[in-house]
Design a protein around this ligand. Structure first.
Ligand SMILES: [Fe+2]
Length: 391
C-alpha cells in the first residue's frame, strides 16, 4: 500500500509472511514483528513523481503481482488542485454473498482507471472510519475464526486477538482490484467504532458496561494494536513515524513499549488518550486536511462528553495557524447535523444528564446508543478570516 506521501518522501507499507528485507527500488527496510506478524514501512525519498515501482522481498520480486493492472506508481502530492476520493463504513463485498445490487466503490474506481487510460485516478483516498467491522466479520475471516477457537460466548465470531484482526484487514484489502488501487493511490485513514466494536465510547454508561466484561480490555488492546499497525503508522511521514517511541522500540525488536501504551489506554477508558495522538494533518494541494480522531480519544469521565482531550484540542487549535487557503476536516462523525437531528441530540444529552429524572435518563441513553449520538459539545472553531472551512 502506498501510504503517506509528501514532497520529499513516499511510504510503501507491506505485510509479509516471514521476516525479511523489503526493497522498493533502491530503498530498503527490515520487517518489524508484532504478535508474530511481519510488516515493513519503506520510505522512498527523492522519488520521481509518477515513476513505477516494484517491491522485492529478500531480492525476490513480489510486486506487481497481477498484470491485469497498470504499473503501481509513486505519486507526489498535487500542487494546485487535488481530487480526493473519500468514504467510510466499508462493507467487504465477497462474491460469496452474491448480492449483485451492491457495488464496492473502491473496486469500481480501480477497474475504471485500469480499463480506461483516460480516466484519472484520485490524488488521495481518505478513509473516514469503519474500514473494517470487527464485530461483523466477513466470510473468510469468520471461517478462519471458527477454525481456531470456539465461537460460543459473547465474543462469538468477532475479531478478538491480533491474529484475527490481521485476517480481517487482509480480507478487507486483498481483493485484487482494491489491492492495486491501494498500491498506486496514497491513502490516509482515521478509525471509528467498528475497528473495535459497535458504539465504542458512545457514553460513560456504555463504557462502564463494557469495562465490566472480562474480555473487553484484551479486545481493546488488540484492536488498538491492529489500528496502529494497519492504519495509523502509515498515516505518518517517515520523520513522524521515527518519533513514535513504540515504533522506534519495535524496530529494535521490542514490542513491549507499544503494547504497554495500548494496555494503558485499554485499562483507562474515557479519559482521552494522554500521550497518544491519533489525529494528524496533511497538506493536499491548496488544502490543509486535518484528520480528527473523534472516537478513540473521547473524555467521558466526570460527566464530561468531549470528543477530544485537552492535548488533542490544543493541537487542533494550533492547526488553525496553517496558511493553506482551504481547510478540510476529516472525521468519522458528522460535524454539521440537519436541524432535526441536532435538536434530538441536544434533547438526548439533557435527558441523559437527568433533566427528566432516572426514567428519562434511561430512555435518553437508549436513544443515544441506538442513534449513535455523540456529544453535546463540539466547541466552535471558526476559520480565520479569508479561509474557507469545508466539512
Ligand atoms: Fe461508525
Amino acid at each position: 500500500m502506498l501510504r503517506a506521501v509528501d514532497a520529499t518522501s513516499a511510504t510503501v507499507w507491506v505485510e509479509t509472511d516471514t521476516p525479511c528485507e523489503v526493497a522498493v527500488g533502491d530503498h530498503r527496510a527490515r520487517t518489524v514483528t508484532l504478535f508474530g506478524h511481519h510488516y515493513a514501512f519503506v520510505a522512498v525519498s527523492d522519488f520521481t513523481p509518477g515513476a513505477p515501482y516494484t517491491v522485492t522481498l529478500d531480492g525476490q520480486r513480489a510486486w506487481p503481482a497481477d498484470d491485469r493492472f497498470p504499473p503501481s506508481r509513486l505519486r507526489a502530492p498535487p500542487a494546485e488542485r487535488a481530487t480526493v476520493l473519500f468514504g467510510s463504513c466499508r462493507s467487504i463485498l465477497s462474491d460469496e454473498l452474491g448480492d449483485p445490487d451492491r457495488v464496492d466503490a473502491l473496486r469500481e474506481c480501480a477497474w475504471r482507471a485500469a480499463s480506461d487510460p483516460g480516466q484519472a485516478l484520485p490524488d488521495l483516498i481518505v478513509l473516514l472510519g469503519d474500514q473494517v467491522y470487527a464485530d461483523r466479520t466477513p466470510p473468510a475471516t469468520r471461517r478462519f475464526i471458527r477454525c481456531r477457537r470456539s465461537v460460543k460466548g459473547p465474543v462469538g465470531t468477532h475479531a478478538h486477538d491480533f491474529t484475527e484482526f490481521a485476517a480481517l484487514y487482509r480480507e478487507a484489502w486483498s481483493e485484487p482490484a482494491v489491492r492495486w488501487l491501494l498500491s498506486t493511490v496514497p491513502t490516509v485513514m482515521i478509525f471509528d467504532d467498528h475497528e473495535v466494536i459497535d458504539n465504542w465510547n458512545t457514553s460513560a454508561r456504555w463504557l462502564a458496561a463494557h469495562e465490566a466484561q472480562p474480555w473487553w480490555p484484551q479486545r481493546l488492546r488488540n484492536a488498538l494494536a491492529a489500528y496502529w499497525m494497519y492504519q495509523h503508522l502509515g498515516n505518518l511521514t517517515a520523520d513522524e513515524r521515527a518519533a513514535d517511541p513504540g515504533f522506534a522500540a519495535l524496530r529494535r525488536g521490542d514490542p513491549s513499549v507499544a503494547l504497554a501504551t495500548f494496555e494503558r489506554l485499554a485499562s483507562r477508558g474515557g479519559e482521552g488518550t494522554p500521550g497518544v495522538r491519533w489525529s494528524y494533518a496533511r497538506t493536499v494541494g491548496p488544502a490543509r486536511l486535518v484528520m480528527i480522531d473523534s472516537r478513540g480519544g473521547r473524555v467521558l469521565q466526570g460527566g464530561k462528553r468531549h470528543l477530544l482531550d485537552e492535548d488533542e484540542w490544543a493541537w487542533l487549535e494550533d492547526e488553525r495557524a496553517h496558511p493553506a487557503p482551504y481547510l478540510l476536516l476529516g472525521t468519522s462523525l458528522p460535524l454539521l447535523l440537519p436541524h432535526g437531528l441536532h435538536e434530538l441530540e441536544r434533547i438526548t444529552t439533557a435527558a441523559c444528564a437527568g433533566r427528566w429524572g432516572r426514567v428519562g435518563a434511561r430512555i435518553g441513553e437508549r436513544v443515544r446508543q441506538a442513534a449513535q449520538f455523540t456529544t453535546g459539545r463540539w466547541r466552535c472553531c471558526a476559520a480565520p478570516p479569508g479561509r474557507h472551512a469545508e466539512a
